[in-house]
Design a binder for this molecule. Structure first.
Ligand SMILES: *[C@@H]1O[C@H](CO)[C@@H](O)[C@H](O)[C@H]1NC(C)=O
Ligand SMILES: *[C@@H]1O[C@H](CO)[C@@H](O)[C@H](O)[C@H]1NC(C)=O
Ligand SMILES: *[C@@H]1O[C@H](CO)[C@@H](O)[C@H](O)[C@H]1NC(C)=O
Ligand SMILES: [Ca+2]
Length: 491
């Protein structure tokens, strides 16, 4: 289909070209037209790969748009992180903080890039690994953005977060402060209104995620956050609080950070405010760190056995360079850190994939459907928190591999089966399955932090996200890998 239409376009362009040449035009007119076309081509050449930031309150922040093949396109936020933001912000000699979920307004162009994974030292975004120009299934609400900040040290900070803002309880009188949900179809949902300085007002939905929504549901004793919404669906009122940022484990909103109170600047769609849906029934995946410690080991694998994995971006960038430059690349080997990841659903509702079934992607290589674009991320960080092995994203099929005694297995990936993880069942990725690894070929021996995170972008609601990431000590020598001392964290 795509190829056909491309041939069609080439033929039309060729006809146009012949028409232009055969027209009876004066020399000077032809000269002007040629100059015009030349200028256009020059412009395209100059702009190719450039980026611009739109929707921010100054030139150093906004949603990222990249120029390619003659037009600007947006970047989707899947896998988007501070390393990618850093690549963008380096143009200003600044460091970058990534923003997700169209923090600076919905994407106003089609997506050019998706699943962008950078190391942080690339000269431009187009040098990072991504899904291919124009290959994206993202909604306009998933635009990636950056906030560029002054570069204090010259290193690549990989775990910089949004600047710690002030805690809410430090800015308001907690006693005269109130919280309520308004406009919902049930008491468990609605836009959030806060009472401050004598008026009820709304919360700016900038950076509003399930983490912030969780603090609201906890605060109101309504259970867990099922949805975090940026909408006018439940009505709206004057926005009096912006930049709310929570960890997700707070028992009340006062423990969260914020940017401003009162007359605030709120980027994004006008009239849209922060809203939540709370529930008492939710899944809760618990990543089993002891299994990671027990099963981690190194394996050297020749590249001819890794062709499927290469198609799914499961190797680090140097593998793709070798493939391009070395005619005998199949016989080169990659060193893989392999491990088993097992997550048990300890919640009181099933874990279901983020995408509806008709949008699942069939992966020919692995012969199953992927129901979440990014289900897990694996990173190796050095002592400064810099990522040394490409944090690759892994998408899998979700199923009940093992269940506690007395619990029936319900979900199976076979035969386009329904995907999910039942309560008291585990989804297990054995160390010997494809892509269940980190490519450590280019990592020097030494001590590192190994980070494994499931549901890393909190795309699916859970009771808690603080049991979704394992941060472990990794000792890498020339011959073996030793993983121990894991602690649990939020992704
Ligand atoms: C960034 O820093 C380099 C070296 O210090 C300098 O040459 C360049 O002009 C700076 N660029 C900007 C946009 O400030
Ligand atoms: C929330 O989790 C963070 C770690 O991510 C921890 O430092 C903090 O103490 C926790 N807060 C509560 C209220 O449990
Ligand atoms: C899951 O296991 C826990 C602990 O063994 C038990 O209390 C709970 O009833 C089980 N839930 C289901 C739905 O099987
Ligand atoms: Ca969890």
């Amino acid at each position: 289909m795509v190829k056909d239409s491309m041939y069609g376009r080439v033929i039309i362009m060729f006809i146009q070209f012949v028409v232009i040449l055969s027209r009876d035009v004066s020399e000077s007119e032809r000269g002007t037209r040629a100059a015009f076309i030349q200028r256009l081509l020059n412009k395209q050449k100059i702009l190719e790969g450039r980026f611009k930031l739109l929707g921010g309150s100054n030139i150093f922040e906004g949603n990222v748009y990249i120029y390619h093949a003659g037009r600007w396109g947006a970047v989707c936020d899947d896998s988007w992180d501070d390393a990618a933001a850093h690549v963008v912000c380096r143009a200003f000699n600044k460091t970058g903080v990534a923003t997700h979920g169209s923090q600076f307004g919905e994407a106003n162009e089609k997506y050019w890039m998706d699943d962008v994974v950078c190391e942080g030292n690339e000269k431009s975004l187009s040098q990072c690994i991504f899904s291919g120009w124009g290959t994206s299934d993202c909604e306009p609400s998933e635009a990636a953005g950056v906030v560029c900040k002054d570069n204090l040290e010259n290193s690549i900070p990989s775990n910089i977060k949004r600047k710690p803002n002030k805690l809410i309880h430090e800015a308001v009188n907690v006693r005269s402060f109130s919280l309520r949900l308004v406009g919902g179809r049930s008491p468990n949902e609605g836009r959030i209104e806060i009472y401050h300085n004598g008026i009820w007002g709304s919360i700016c939905p900038d950076g509003w995620t399930l983490y912030e929504a969780s603090a609201i549901c906890h605060h109101l004793a309504l259970g867990f956050a099922e949805q975090a919404l940026q909408t006018n669906y439940f009505g709206s009122s004057k926005i009096i609080l912006s930049g709310v940022q929570c960890e997700g484990n707070e028992t009340n909103l006062f423990m969260c950070k914020h940017k401003d109170f009162g007359d605030v600047v709120c980027p994004g769609e006008s009239g849209h405010v922060a809203a939540v849906v709370c529930t008492r029934y939710l899944a809760d995946l618990y990543l089993d760190a002891s299994t990671i410690e027990r099963t981690s080991h190194l394996q050297d694998v020749p590249m001819f056995q890794l062709q499927c994995a290469m198609e799914e971006n499961c190797l680090s960038k140097s593998a793709y360079e070798i493939q391009k430059t070395n005619p005998n690349w199949q016989f080169e080997t990659r060193r893989l850190l392999r491990f088993t990841a097992s997550s048990l659903n300890i919640g009181n509702a099933e874990f279901r994939p983020y995408l509806p079934k008709h949008l699942w992607q069939w992966h020919l290589c692995h012969m199953h459907y992927h129901s979440m674009e990014v289900f897990a991320t694996f990173d190796i960080l050095d002592v400064n928190g810099k990522r040394v092995a490409e944090g690759h994203k892994a998408s899998f099929c979700l199923e009940d591999n093992t269940c506690l005694p007395g619990v029936e297995r319900k979900y199976s990936c076979k035969n386009y089966g329904d995907q999910g993880v039942s309560v008291n069942c585990s989804d297990v990725y054995q160390y010997n399955i494809d892509c269940q690894w980190v490519d450590v070929t280019d990592v020097e021996p030494g001590d590192y932090t190994f980070k494994v995170a499931i549901n890393p972008h909190a795309r699916v609601a859970e009771q808690s996200f603080h049991n979704n990431a394992a941060l472990c000590v990794l000792r890498l020598t020339n011959s073996y890998a030793y993983v121990h001392g894991c602690t649990m964290q939020r992704p």
